[in-house]
Design a binder for this molecule. Sequence first.
Ligand SMILES: [Zn+2]
Length: 269
Amino acid sequence: MPSSALRERLRASGSAARSGQASSGELDPVYLGAKGTQFAARRARCRAMPSACLLQPVLCALREGAGALRQLLAPDYCAACDAPVPRDQVFCSPCGPCPSPPPGHDVVRALVAGAYEPPLSTAILRMKFGHRTDLANRLALLLPDAGARSFAGRWIVPVPLHYSRLVERGFNPAALLARQLSRRAGGRYAPTFLRRLRDTPHQSRLPAAARRENVRDAFVACQSAAGRQAVLVDDVITTGSTLDACSRALYAAGVVHVTVVALAATPTP
Ligand SMILES: [Zn+2]
């Protein structure tokens, strides 16, 4: 597709997302996957802040370029502190090993790499709030079954971000992880399959009783998936209610089995 046509479709779908419209036929930048979401978010930030219009894309491109260069020069580095590490090792010795997964979650059953504690929590915060998209490649090594090709034939579906949250952050960490997982575990990356229809307050700020209600009917599958198996991917499980709501949307679309995979989980509240 010519870049001008793509820009035109992104502009049209971005306006629709901000006004609350959701049509399965249109191209929505929230669900374009890692590269597409970063591109769409950059453009949206430019429209929101005309004074930074020239600088913002340059800064974003520099950050992404620095991450790619870092990966090229030192492909194996600690995800928590950037120190060199032996091949395929995610954390250095001083940072310590990945913490063990916490006991099973009450709301959702999931395959989890570890508890949300250092050095895993440190690395996740660097990825999400430090614009270190390159760390998704490193952290995906920790995802359960990432190297076993055991998800071949399944759809790998990231938990979607709402458009406004995507603009705020610039990328969807769950989408980056899902893309890496699909490469390693053999599944089909499906970033457009689930849509988040409305923005919801952070689950951690709500009392337990309000969490399930907060995300009820917030997700919808954009096409039929009768008979399919899906792997639902998120970065951190807090209450489990979001993943539960996503699983319900997948089952409603005809998915016969959902496996939930996450990097980290907080202890059950
Ligand atoms: Zn380290």
